[in-house]
Structure formats: C-alpha cells, structure tokens
Design a protein. Structure first.
Lengths: 206, 206, 206, 206
DNA sequence: AATGAATGAGCATTCATTCAT
DNA sequence: CATGAATGAATGCTCATTCAT
C-alpha cells in the first residue's frame, strides 16, 4: 500500500501525478455537487478511472479530503506569501496579505465552495483541532510574523497579536463565506479595500 | 401527515413540541458527531423514539436540517435584536450587535458547531442562494438599518452600506468559525471588543 | 372492531357507506397510480379522511383489496346477468354474455386497470386458488349454465363444457388485458363481435 | 458500474452470467412469493450473494423486473418461432403458434405465475403502453405475418388482421391466466386444441 | 498500477398497523 | 366514529472498502 499520510515518504512520479489528478477532480466534484454527493465513484467517473484506483492511492476518504483541503490552503498560502514578501514595509505587507487573499479567492471560486463544504467533514473535537492547527495556525502565524516586523520597524502600535490575527483572518474567511453562498451578495474587491484600509489604519501608529 | 412546508398551516401543540424536541436533539447530535454521521436513527436513539416518528414530523431530512438552521438563526437573531433595541444611539446599537453576537455564540457553542457543519448541506447554487437569502440577508438588513439610524442621527459618516454590512457580519462569522474548530485558539471576548471598537470607530464621524 | 370478511354480519348503515366509499376511492387510486403506490394514506388523502379510519373499517390491506376485487366482479356479474336473462334462446344468451362483458369493460376502464394490477396481489397458491374460486368459478358456472340451456333446447352441439367456458372467459379477459395496457391497440367492439360470432357458431348445431 | 440501459454496451462474460443468474432467481422468487414480497434481499438470499451485488448489476429494481419480463417473453417467442417456421402452410403455422404457446406455458409455469404478477408493475399509462409495445406488438406482428402468408397462399379468407391477432393472443393469455390461478381449473391441452381448431377454421377458406 | 466484482453496513423513506383519546 | 401520534419492520439504494487477477 503506497498511500500514506506521511508526506516525507518516497512516492513515485506516477503516484504523485495520480494523487494530484484525483484531488483536483475531487475538488471540482465537491464544488459542483457538494461533499455528501461526492462519492469515489463520482470522482472516478469524471476522471475515466475506477473507484478502486482511488482507494488504492488514498488511505480512505478521510485521507483524500484532508489532502484536498491542504492542497487548497497550500496553494493559497504560497500565492499570498509571494505577494507579501514582495513588500518592504509591514503596513504594505498586511495590505498585501488581505488583498491577495481575496484575489486568490475570487480567482478560484470552486476551491472555496468546496472548502466551505469540507469544513463540515471534521467531526470529532480532535479532528477539528487538528484541522485548526494545520489550517489556521499557519495563517495566524504568518500574520503574527508581519506584526512582529511592524513592531521591529516601529511602524505598528502595540496590540494583542493572537486576537488581531484571528480577527483579520476571520474577517477574510467570513466575507468569503457569504460570497460562496451568493457571489452577487458581496463585492469581494470592495470588501478587500475596506478591510485592508481599516486594519492597516488600526495597527499603524498615527 | 402533519408536516408541511407551508408555515401558515395550523399545528397542534404536541406537533410543535415534538418538532422542537427533534430539532434540538438533531442539533446536539450534529454538534457531537457531525452532520454526515447524524442519521434519523441516531437522533431518534438519543430521544428514545423511533426514526419513523421523525419522518412523520418532518418532510424528509432536508426539512429537518432547514428547520434546524432556522431555529439557530432565529434564536440568535431574537437575542441580538433585543439588545440592539435597548440602545438609543446608533454607535451603541452597532456595538451591541457585534458584542451580543459573540455573547450568544459563546453561550451556545453546540449550535454553532452544528451550524458550521450544516453550511455544507446546501449543494446546488440554488440552495446556496436560498440559504443566503434566509440566513445572511436578515443579518445584513439589520446592520443596514442600524447604519440608516446612524445617518439620520448624523452620527455616522458616509460609506457603502452593503459592503460594510458584509464585512461586519463576515468578521463575526469568521472569528466564530476559528473558535468552532478550536475554542482555545480564539478569545471571543477579546475579538468582540476589538471588532466592536474598530467598526464603531470606522463608521462614526470623527 | 366492526370490520369483518363475513358479509353476513350486521353492519350499520354508515359502516356500509364508508366501506363502499373507501373501496371506490381505492379502485380509483389503484387505477391511477398502481397497486404498489397505493397506500392507505394515499386513499385517505383523496377522501379527506385519515388512514386510521381505513384500518378501522377493514381488517387490513388484504381485506380491502379483496373487497375491491369482489366489488368489481360483482358489479360486472350483475350487469351481465341482467342482459343474459333478457334473452330467450341459448345462442342469444351466449352472445349477450360476451358482448355485455366487453360493454361493461369499456364503460369502466379504471376498474379493469385496477383489476389487472390486483391480480398480482395474491401471492400464495392458496390465495390464488381462493381467488380463482370466487372470481372465475362463478363466470365459468354462468357460461356452463348457458350451455346447459342450449343443450336442453337442443340448440347446442356436444362439447366439453369446462374447457369451453375457460376458453370463452379467457378470450374475454385476454383481450381486455391488451386493452388495459394500450386502449388504442385493441378495438373492443370489433373483438366483441368477432368473439361472439365465432363462439356462437362454434357451439350451435349447424 | 457495469449496469446500463444501453444494450449495445459490451458486457463481460461474468457480468452477463450474473445478470442471467439474478433474473432467474428473481423470477423464481416472484413466482413463489409474489412481486411485492420479492425484495433484493430475498433474491440475494436464495442466491447466496448480497443485495448490494444485485444493485451493482442492475440499474435499480425497475431495470431488474423489466429485464426479467423480457427474458420470459423472448424465450417464449423464440420457442414459438422455431415451431411456426417449421410449418409450410399458413393454417399449420397458426395451429403451431397457438399450440406451442400453450406447450411453452405448461412447461414453464413459474415464469407465467411471475408474469401475471409483473403485469401490475407498470403503473403509469406511459409504462403500460411501453410494455404493450415491447410485449404484445411482437406477438400480434407475428400473427399478422402468418395471416399475410395465408392470404398470399390464398388459404385464408379476408378479415381484420389487427382484431384477429388481438383476439387470438388474448384467448391464449386469458386461458393462461386462469391456469395460473388454479392449474386444476383449466386443461391447457384441451384449450389449445379447442382454440387452434376454432381459429384455424375461422380464418381458412371453406 | 489498475480493474471490476463483491461486500456489508448504513441510509432515508414508506407503510400497514395499533391505540389512547 | 374518527383522529393523529407513534411504531417497527421492511425496502431500494448508496458507498467506502477489499481483493483476486
């Protein structure tokens, strides 16, 4: 059984390609039909393979959807990181963080439709906490790193970093959530501008 | 068959009591075990009734979970409304909206654990939009009503009401979401204070 | 419990009226939606009563459908008998039997659509045989009575009465069956003429 | 998922064998216990397989019973055709049609017990008509073909072909029906002789 | 690496039936 | 007589998973 949750294990090229292919098909199917309607058979059908093969490449459904979520978040994280690093000043970094978050969301709607659906797939408190650690902790850590730079550069005022990180990330996610349910109800660009301006003003020294 | 989608139909006392009882049990089960693990059998077991009785009182699973979601949101809405109306000034109303939102969330954790899970139960774009209309539109409408009072009282500056409403509601929901996954990762009280101060400052004239 | 299969028991007026009303509603529902789709609830809905009431008036579903079948066959039998008795000569009686059979069928399509469906509701050999005795034996007996008159009147030739009765009744039922599945595929009037002429010619002395 | 409604799709050997096996078991179970009592579980039990496997090989219950009916009728049709073609003269062909119909019925009682039950499984007028087209049209077409040969050979008189076909097929089916309910009530051999003689005499020139 | 046959547990839903009121 | 609440068994069907080939 080549499948595993330990990413450090050696995988063949074809193995990795298949996993990626299956994850992308899964995300698309979830976005289109919802998580509960997404069976291995449904994913396999859209891919022209058999469901047995999916079971072969993943350690069960949980492994597949965990991998799918991480794929979404890693891609978004990498996108954001690039743009944040391109900025010198902490205030600009924070603005970039918020605005590129929304940019990426807007350009990858199906991923976030799937993500909202997948939030419900962690049932036990343990699973929920594990998801929190792999999904939110890195985001909050990234924000806190920006804060620290802002403090070092004497650009930012003093505030509770953990709370501020939660609030910023929460605002982004909550707006995305409304947009997932009805894209016409929220203007992502406007929200991005509003939030980035407000938070930058909040953290910067007067 | 007493169940119906027409809410105007008369229901007997026992009928209403049973529906409420089943909805509460469903919410509890969903919070504990997750939506996908929550079967009629599971709900019935915890209630000491048969699953046939649930089918008798609800027009299928969709009716049950829709009713459950509306129950959550209506209770929260009523709680918030009371506190908002107790305030005279628009700024205080907005502060009350944000802070009592978090208060209610904190006091009813299982409801919001269930709610996050239930978000994934709307599969088609039509269902998603319908949920948006019954769930988010009232919230945003409430916020916009507060804004209008603020404008009439010459207390608030000018801003885009729809975007501001989305952003405020989104911030509340997004922080709640992180807290659902790990209550230790977010301090709801701190977040409430941070958000209410920031948003009140944002909308009020200098 | 007033319901019973023994027709000799005293029934109140309202009791009899209700039974008749329910049977007619059942026949209509079966004709429209098929036997398997016809539940007590469905019958009750069309009648504006509750399914509990149906259970009160009939000793279970089997009692209801048995009563329904007998209703169909008794009404048809009475109709045919009237017309057969109006004829003097045996040949005319036989012709009347065949032609009024088809007449009645044509005028009561829903009953025979239901009847074809109900044939499948007798599962065990015992039930099947019991149905044969109450449904077909009287028909064949009626035909044999006509034959006997024909023999007494020296109008008919000699033949095996049981077989001839089966064949005549079978021809009527089989044509009806095709007409139930597709009324456009069979012309009942033509079939009636063809069969009555042929059989009368067959049994009469040259 | 190997099951399909497109009959032109390639099926593996094992797939075809399983379908045939399941159909035969279904027919036997229906004959023994009736259509409504025949569940996937019941069929599977008699076969030593799981009900999931039946769902795997058939697109639902409707697919299974449709396939079962066609199996019955195709086998009977092939049997009759062979014997009809072995006859040269149209009169002999007609006699063969009627007599081998009864022969086949007599030798395959369970199939026809099941068939009578299955008649009730077509609920809507559309389904009924579709069944009429696939089940009765071929029979009537076969008879009409015999009539045409009889006319070409100047052996048969002139008559309405559609009505005559309906009447002959109806007579066969109607006698079979009585025999299904009680095999002792009808002598199939006698009925076959009576009907074949009568109909051949009817259509042939004097 | 991939398939397709098979499993078995679980699901929402239907329904005749019972019974207190 | 009639109702409506409740039952419990059954049903078709779905699906992740296993495994021989």
């Amino acid at each position: 059984m080549p499948t595993t949750t330990k990413p450090e294990e050696r995988k063949t090229f074809i193995e990795e390609a298949r996993r990626k292919q299956i994850i992308d098909a899964a995300l698309q199917t979830i976005a289109e039909q919802g998580y509960t309607q997404t069976s291995f058979a449904e994913i396999a059908k859209g891919l022209g393979i058999t469901k047995g093969l999916i079971a072969y490449h993943f350690n069960g459904k949980h492994d597949l959807i965990t991998s799918a979520i991480h794929t979404i978040l890693n891609r978004q994280g990498a996108y954001i990181k690039d743009h944040v690093e391109a900025q010198e000043k902490a205030g600009d970094k924070l603005r970039a963080y918020i605005e590129t978050s929304f940019e990426y969301i807007e350009q990858n709607r199906p991923h976030f439709v799937a993500l909202v659906d997948l939030w419900g797939s962690f049932t036990s408190p343990e699973e929920k906490q594990a998801f929190s650690e792999t999904a939110y902790d890195p985001c909050r850590a990234h924000l806190k790193k920006i804060f620290r730079i802002g403090h070092q550069q004497r650009e930012f005022t003093k505030f509770d970093e953990q709370s501020m990180a939660s609030v910023i990330q929460g605002a982004i996610d909550g707006v995305m959530l409304q947009w997932v349910f009805d894209p016409k109800a929220v203007d992502l660009g406007e929200a991005a501008k509003e939030l980035s301006e407000m938070f930058v003003k909040r953290v910067k020294k007067p």
